[in-house]
Design a protein around this ligand. Structure first.
Ligand code: COI
Length: 359
């Protein structure tokens, strides 16, 4: 590793670490090592691999009051030959810096971001799980650590990466969606296309209602007309309508998912028709009822691709998909998962092997 400083205590911790649980869940277990770097006086200091542990923050750190923070999610997979590979980390680096600019935070050089991901994944190689659906989930983040209650962009930041050997995000094979018609996740001109905690915080009140309604995910509509489908709280949306794969076009209130992009690329490679088009909720439901909408699914790094079983509204009306385990979605999912885990062909540049480090 060229630029990352490796602390020997971190190496000792990871050498001794094991997990004895067949049910990893998502984000339940954390690797005992993490990446850390601090931004002060206008520059990033060294980036280090250190033992996992609490951060020391002033109670007036701006992140705690004004939510100046961003994060990413990406996965490392154990390939059948034992090599550990990240999936398209360059795209996460790019999106991280897009979010940083939107949130008035310093960029992390893309090569440092990618090298930091490679380093933590390489040192975690013995705890990257190997069963289908499992991976090492990496969570890069940046927070404003400068103390002070004035509302202005901070000048001091912490960049870090933690890693979690994880299984599937959802316990079930399909999700029930609650359509949120009143509250809004992200407004035009806002921060919905940045991967920042505030967007997820904005989703939580409705998520409580979603759970009370017996559903798994909130579906968000646009902020002006409360009519056009945008995304789920942490996932993008696709539907197969009239045999065409459709997804809402990107805007400043939708996060550009790397899984969304990858699935569209795979579908185009198969010569399917893929359309980025606004989807009116009434049109969607009428096509669910008639069967013209034959499949619908959510997708994201953590969730991968999960078919939607039903759509529920606040008056209790519920519309079930005729075929929740859609043929096209499952074909796409299989191709994506095989490419990620080295069990099938992957388009050029998707698989990013980590170096094999002696320790
Ligand atoms: C991811 O998919 O990586 C996310 O950050 C979304 C969240 C549901 C975990």
């Amino acid at each position: 590793m060229k630029k990352i400083e490796i602390h020997s205590e971190a190496v000792e911790k990871i050498k001794k670490f094991t997990i004895n649980d067949q049910n990893l869940g998502f984000g339940k277990y954390m690797a005992p090592i993490m990446i850390m770097s601090e931004f002060k006086n206008g520059a990033w200091g060294k980036t280090s691999l250190v033992p996992y542990g609490p951060l020391q923050l002033d109670p007036c750190a701006k992140v705690l009051h004004y939510a100046q923070e961003i994060f990413e999610g990406l996965k490392a997979y154990r390939h059948p030959d034992g090599q550990i590979a990240l999936f398209r980390p360059e795209l996460n680096a790019r999106r991280f810096n897009f979010s940083a600019r939107r949130m008035a935070m310093p960029e992390v050089p893309e090569e440092t971001f990618v090298e930091a991901c490679e380093t933590i994944a390489a040192y975690c190689r013995n705890i990257v799980p190997k069963r289908i659906g499992e991976s090492l989930y990496l969570r890069p983040y940046m927070i404003a650590s400068e103390a002070g209650l004035g509302i202005k962009p901070a000048k001091e930041f912490i960049f870090g990466i933690v890693a979690s050997p994880s299984g599937n995000y959802f316990a079930s094979n399909s999700v029930k969606v609650f359509v949120e018609r009143k509250e809004v996740r992200a407004a035009t001109g806002g921060i919905g296309n940045a991967k920042t905690g505030g967007n997820y915080a904005a989703s939580l009140h409705s998520y409580k209602r979603t759970l009370d309604e017996g559903c798994d995910q909130t579906m968000w509509l646009d902020s002006k007309e409360h009519a056009y489908v945008e995304e789920m709280s942490g996932m993008n949306f696709f539907a197969v309508m009239d045999g065409i794969l459709k997804t809402p076009p990107l805007s400043d209130s939708i996060l550009e998912g790397i899984t969304r992009r990858s699935l569209m690329e795979l579908a185009l490679k198969r010569k399917w028709t893929v359309v980025e088009e606004r989807i009116h909720i009434d049109e969607l439901i009428s096509k669910v009822k008639s069967g013209e909408c034959s499949e619908a699914f959510v997708c994201g790094t953590a969730s991968v691709l999960v078919p939607i079983a039903s759509f529920k509204f606040d008056d209790g009306s519920t519309y079930h998909m005729k075929e929740p385990e859609g043929k096209l979605s499952l074909e796409l999912k299989e191709e994506l998962v095989n490419a990620q885990a080295g069990r099938g062909e992957a388009p050029e540049g998707w698989v990013h092997f980590t170096p094999n480090i002696e320790f």
